[in-house]
Design a protein around this ligand. Structure first.
Ligand code: DX5
Ligand code: ZN
Length: 221
């Protein structure tokens, strides 16, 4: 399991130091939640804040996993690539020309992901699946950290695994929203490769929290 802490839940007053705690504890990626107040009813931060984390990710060789919850993401892809994004994920619901957007992300040298909201059916990804590096299944309605996990997401992950296999896609499956050590195992068993966690990593002791995720997903003989 790849663990991608969402810095949305970190202490912005000491963002890089708090993010470093998660990486020191063994987290794999850093997840960057960009919200525009239009696509989702909340504003978070953009590329300049990511730049503040650039030294940390370069030093530690950490993939920067950017989740754009914004309208017209095509306008900003270059900005996010310029501050070191490794993966850029856009929302299916925000992209009328999704194929073009995915191509634009690849042309910038980044891996491309597509996110689907809880009410968006997976069938919308059927045609694009072979071109994707990642599918992000939202397990809450995007916009805020700390929301309750939507149980139906486990079945959606399982169906996504089948869809990807059927289309010959090698895309990773990422799950985002309300994931905790208590429900993570059901997701990895259903086929999730990447787990995003905000509050469950940054609230309380970060090292203990990361360890709890590892413990919950460890396979014993
Ligand atoms: C939701 C964001 C998530 C969120 C996860 O809009 O995309 O990444 O920050 O936070 P938790 O783990 O607290 O649900
Ligand atoms: Zn996210």
């Amino acid at each position: 399991m790849i663990l991608a802490p969402s810095v949305l839940a970190a202490d912005f007053g000491r963002l890089a130091a708090h993010a470093r705690e998660a990486l020191d504890a063994g987290a794999d990626w850093l997840h960057i939640d960009v919200m525009d107040g239009h696509f989702v009813p909340n504003i978070s931060f953009g590329a300049p804040v990511m730049r503040g984390l650039k030294t940390l990710v370069e030093e530690t060789n950490t993939p920067f996993d950017v989740h754009l919850m914004i309208e017209e993401p095509d306008r900003y892809l270059e900005d996010f690539a310029a501050v070191g994004a490794d993966l850029i994920t856009v929302h299916e619901e925000a992209c009328p020309h999704l194929h073009r957007t995915v191509q634009a992300i690849h042309a910038l040298g980044c891996r491309a992901g597509v996110a689907v909201n809880p009410a968006t059916p997976l069938v919308t990804l059927e045609e694009i699946a072979p071109d994707l590096d990642l599918v992000l299944i939202m397990s809450v309605n995007p916009g805020f950290g700390g929301q309750a996990f939507i149980e139906g997401s486990v079945g959606k992950v399982r169906r996504c695994r089948q869809l990807l296999a059927g289309s010959g896609s090698r895309a990773l499956i990422e799950v985002d929203g309300g994931v905790t050590p208590a429900n993570v195992r059901s997701l990895t068993e259903a086929g999730a490769d990447v787990i995003v966690a905000g509050s469950a990593v940054f609230r309380g002791d970060v090292a203990d929290n990361v360890a709890a995720f590892r413990e919950a997903t460890v396979t014993r003989a």
